[in-house]
Design a binder for this molecule. Structure first.
Ligand code: ADP
Ligand code: MG
Length: 387
């Protein structure tokens, strides 16, 4: 059996004193490149990773849903058919959201006892929220007897996060978490939801470094970036009605619109348009195993996020700067929405472990603060089993 599932099944039994009927696990994710492009119908290039959320459950006849987590002291409780959008969004909202979203989409939902376990850092930009909700949609649909294909699970999990938890996220996290493939990154077209699994060259390893800054500030700024881009898009659309989203815009169009836009808005547009292009170039670089080009694209992405989209912070910039001189380094950038969370480092495989240690040490000697760094592996997405 899958290793993450043995633990959650045992803990379910300890917690509920019964046997689970189903269990599931789904990946956290890193985004290699393509940041703040998903909600512009653009391209992203994430991978599910071996930090996972695992869930186990058994149906209940009385329509009650009880969810416990090894990372929370209280229990989430709800009743099938009586879930209302919560006023306070805490972990219980994340846990019950998938049941609400399944109902909204017309899928059957049954009462259940559920236990959640996982090792994706919370609020670290590695998408613990999507991995939790993808795993729960996979579990809840199987408990109700209607297992769903992974992309549909992703879309229901996104509805839970958008519509129930009130987080205006795109589809990237859920798609990566649900559809990831071992040893691959997914080039995902956020307009069509079509994706291509691209093998990560065996000589490349991924090292994440946690800035230790929670990305809480991100939520309000995230909404602001969406508004800023919507304003910019409107100006472009006056000349180019065929541009439905920034994914369709070119640098020339941004240039044309710049006379009518504040400089800040021009920078926002420039990030999105250039990042989309970088994302496609990164796919080609990966297919060629071209590490200098891939490294250059990661560096350009970070600069654009910092200077144009203004979603970096001093801690993330420092991590990128420290990594750049180290043995095995190929490229680095912030990953996730920014304002904290992790950086992703592309590193020569044979140097990966040492790189992770050295980066933590060099950060400690610069700041006096220890941070977590670790090698992560591109992994499979959602897996659901009958126990
Ligand atoms: P990220 O997705 O980057 O980790 P978010 O703020 O989007 O950060 O989501 C984190 C939230 O998801 C947590 O604060 C918690 O409410 C919920 N969550 C994720 N995993 C778990 C878990 N294993 N147990 C309980 N809550 C979880
Ligand atoms: Mg999240």
């Amino acid at each position: 059996m899958d290793r993450p599932l043995e633990g959650v099944i045992r803990r379910f039994e300890e917690s509920f004193a019964r046997r689970p009927t189903h269990a599931a696990h789904a990946g956290g994710r890193v985004n290699l490149i393509g940041e703040h492009t998903d909600y512009h119908d653009g391209f992203v290039f994430p991978a599910a990773i071996d930090l996972r959320t695992a869930v186990a459950g058994a149906p209940r006849e009385d329509g009650v849903i009880r969810i416990r987590s090894t990372r929370a002291s209280d229990e989430a409780q709800a009743r099938v058919g009586a879930l209302r959008i919560p006023v306070v969004v805490d972990w219980r909202a994340y846990a019950t959201g998938p049941f609400w979203a399944l109902g909204e989409k017309g899928y059957p939902v049954c009462g259940a006892d559920v236990l959640v376990d996982g090792d994706v850092p919370l609020g670290g930009g590695l998408s613990s929220s999507a991995s939790l909700q993808v795993a729960l949609v996979g579990l809840a649909s199987s408990l109700a007897g209607a297992a769903l294909p992974a992309p549909e699970v992703a879309s229901i999990a996104r509805l839970a996060e958008n519509g129930y938890c009130g987080v205006p996220c795109g589809i990237m996290d859920q798609m990566a978490s649900a559809c990831g493939r071992e040893g691959h990154a997914l080039l995902l077209d956020c307009r069509t939801l079509g994706w291509e699994a691209v093998p990560v060259p065996s000589g490349w390893a991924l090292v994440i470094a946690d800035s230790g800054v929670k990305h809480a500030l991100g939520t309000s700024e995230y909404g602001r970036r969406q508004q800023e881009c919507a304003q910019g898009l409107e100006v472009i659309r006056r000349r180019h009605a065929g541009v439905r989203a920034l994914r369709d815009a070119t640098m020339e169009m941004v240039q044309e619109a710049s006379g009518e836009l504040e400089a800040r808005l021009v920078r926002r547009l420039r990030h999105v348009v250039s990042e989309n292009r970088r994302c496609l170039e990164a796919r080609d670089a990966m297919l060629r195993g071209d590490s200098p080009q891939m490294g250059a694209l990661l560096a350009a992405s970070h600069r654009s996020l910092a200077a144009d989209y203004e979603v970096s912070c001093a801690e993330l910039d420092l991590l990128v700067e420290l990594a750049a001189g180290m043995a095995g380094f190929l490229g680095a950038r912030l990953t996730g929405a920014g304002f904290g969370g992790n950086t992703i480092n592309l590193v020569a495989s044979e140097r990966a472990l040492l790189f992770a240690e050295t980066l933590a040490e060099s950060h400690a000697s610069r700041t006096g603060r220890r941070i977590d760094t670790r090698v992560v592996r591109p992994s499979d997405g959602l897996s659901v089993i009958q126990v």
